[in-house]
Ligand binder design. Sequence first.
Ligand SMILES: Nc1ncnc2c1ncn2[C@@H]1O[C@H](COP(=O)(O)OP(=O)(O)OP(=O)(O)O)[C@@H](O)[C@H]1O
Ligand SMILES: [Mg+2]
Length: 405
Amino acid sequence: LVLVVDDEYGPRESLRLILDRQYDVATAESAFVALQELEQRTPDVILSDIRMPGMDGIEFMVQAKERCPNVPFVIITGNGTLETAQEAIRAGAVDYISKPYRVEHIREVVARSIQEARSKAEMARSVERLREMKANLAVQMEELERKASLGELSAELVHDLNNPLCILQGYTALLADSIADTPTPDEGDNHRVFDIIREQIKRCSELTRNFLEYARGGGNRWESLQINNVLRDTSFLLRVRARALRITLKEDFAADLPPVRGQRAPLQQVFYNLVVNALHVLEDTGGVLRLASRRVRTDDGREAVQVVVQDNGPGIPPEIRDRIFDSFFTTKPKDKGTGLGLPICQRVVTAHKGSITFESEVGRGTAFFVTFPVLEESERPGADDASQGRSAHRRSGTPLQPQEV
Ligand SMILES: Nc1ncnc2c1ncn2[C@@H]1O[C@H](COP(=O)(O)OP(=O)(O)OP(=O)(O)O)[C@@H](O)[C@H]1O
Ligand SMILES: [Mg+2]
């Protein structure tokens, strides 16, 4: 809509004729009528004569701007009054046209004014969007920082726990000797109880050692790794949490896996993130979480080692499946998830020249597959780690379906 304001009938109607093929045109014969019109609707541009009885164009512009500050204002001047035109521009008009009218020039000025106002509005919206995104990021940063400091604190705490644990270990060793020296009638029982205490103390120190290694991010150098060992460490870290949530953590490690080239700590983080995600979907219902490793062949026929993290939870809804690897994509409330778990997994796995994929069925569960190329024979160290596959039975080559768990 173009609003034309001029006290003279002739110029007013000729502007209407020039413009009404392209625009809706409303006219007003005075600034007062025009201001009333502005109460009703907001035009895309206002063209106003500068010299009018009652209220002149400049005063009208000032008042119009109060009502609709974003509508561009074009001043119409009589011939030879360049100075007043400049004054109008200084007062806030975007442009001016002078009488007598040149049709092309008028169309151009009107089109340009509307276009510029639209770009400006668009720009303002973009700035607003950016501002919102910035505010969001700030919140997320704060949350991350909080988590980071929490991590540091707990590392210190665990580290300090290590000292009393060492002392306990020392004293139990001493006691063990003296119990052996002084047999008592209920000796059998004492020994059993005592063994439990020692066993549990040992577990505590293993837990702390494991946690500290993870927290320090130690193990960032590239080495030849038995993936099962990394999996075992991960499962060790999370077993207690799983049990507390009544989730069965099933280990299913292939015994004959060749080594892969990798960084221990980042890989542990990958498996950790995947297992935590699975624990999360099972936490209200309980369920089965299967952590498996097996030998596979990649599409191009190369030998590979594959880790499977599988749950029998609710599955991933199809409509979010292509977004779960996006940074900050999460379906969890703010204090539960940042949406960085999977993108981190992807980054680490890619750095290992591997791949991460998943299969999911709503109502049945989800399986994530992390596949690593195997070290060539020539890249392998001499002796294979004998402890590999300690608690495993062989399952390589078995196809995995979510319903299997
Ligand atoms: N096993 C799973 N079952 C169902 N949905 C899953 C599973 N794993 C991931 N998702 C979905 O993918 C989303 C993204 O996961 P991601 O690990 O990247 O972030 P997050 O777990 O939400 O937060 P964060 O890991 O940063 O704490 C999750 O919010 C969830 O909706
Ligand atoms: Mg996660």
